[in-house]
Design a protein around this ligand. Sequence first.
Ligand code: HEC
Length: 473
Amino acid sequence: MLSAQAARVRTGKVADLYKENCASCHGDQMQGASAPSMLDDIWLNGGDDDSLARSIRNGFPDRGMPAWGALIPDKEIRAMVIYMREMRARNDSGQLTFAAPKDSVTASSALHSYQVNTWLDGVNEPWSMAFLPDGGALVTEKRGRLLRFGADRKVVGPIEGLPEIDNDSQAGLFEVLLHPRYAENGWVYLAFSDLTRNKDDQKVSITRVIRGRLKGQQFVDQQTIFAAKLEHYRKAGGVHFGGRLAFDRAGYLFFTIGDRSAMAEAQDITRPNGKVHRVHDDGRIPADNPFVGEPKAVESIWSYGHRNPQGLAFHPETGQLFDLEHGPRGGDELNLVERARNYGWPVISYGMNYDGSTLTTLTAKEGMEQPVVYWVPSLGVCGMNFYSGNEFPRWQNNLFIASLAAQELRRLEVVGGKVVYQEIIFKNLGRIRHVITGPDGALYVLLPSRIARVSAAPDKVASGHGATPPTKG
Ligand code: HEC
């Protein structure tokens, strides 16, 4: 069984290409007709991406399959292979149904039974959340509000004094994160799309990181941790801001900036977009950052070739850094992020453009890193968190990932930098922006207008939700 990514196949150029050239023999839904089905995972000539592309390119003219290489460019053959994978997943998903879990009703999964309950209501597109030592919490809303809640979950109020935030399209207020020694120093970190004007008086924005302290309703003592040069800002609004923050054990702050849809700039170390960055907790550049001293380099860059990394987390035991990237259609990725490495965007990708046209024929290249895992069809991944709490002993160090389009909370077992098992815990509660572990060991899941708490329920015989084997990659 593949995963239940029901009905997530869009139409587009590649679908037309299929209809016009292939459907007459392979069936309008790829179910098979005079030529074999492409949904059953039975491949006579190899089922990996390269073999499928070869079958399409060279055909088997003596057995009735034309050679398409002369008619269809390689790029579109690549898109066709992705489309075949999507159709297969859609076909499989018809066999699995996921009822959305109801509040206070016990549901089961492979290792634990659980309950989902509304923990906090009345929030609007929450993006990130941080628990405070007093039992309260800070919640960012994408539209630009930073909310503070007391231990009683009553809102203390929107925090005042934040800088001007672009909240058009995918821009907004992103991560809120406490300093690892918050109890001593009170620092609260924020990532957001900074709104300003360029020399031509046009509104421009890009991801910025600041810190400050809470004083009643005010955000005071503000300091800039990272700001791009004005010439690196791009037209306000638009897409791909990244905006996730994470501290490592040594106290370095890592943060992400998406490519801002300037794809090629992800490969350019003189630009801050399409990168994972690393700074000291006060924003200073660590002397051992990989591009320090290179001409015009943005010296906070740690790794490059990223599209839109909206998830960032350290493995609690190994200390390895992972990022979760919202990819193009069919190209969502989990990466093991290492110093100075190039993650390939947009030169290599497992995805195609959203309209079904091709992006690149290359999925691998010398000098570029492969993802730990990728998803075709895309899930629309966003935030993630390694579980480390007492509530769910068998989920220790498992990676929980949030997805927007697929509306799934997934559990991944990550061993030695590889994903060995994947499970959908639940889906269909709405787009999930982030998931974190609370101090009580429960998982907190950020949904469109509420925060749900996933807590342990007495175990019963597992039923219902299917497990999914690891995606290849
Ligand atoms: C005129 C009929 C016809 C058309 C049109 C056609 N195919 Fe085929 N195709 C076949 C036949 C017959 C086979 C089985 C060949 C064999 O015996 O291995 C085949 C095999 C294949 C295979 C290999 C399957 C395997 O098991 O390894 C792929 C992949 C494939 N076709 C893709 C396509 C795509 C994509 C298109 C459109 C661009 C297409 N075909 C159009 C008849 C057709």
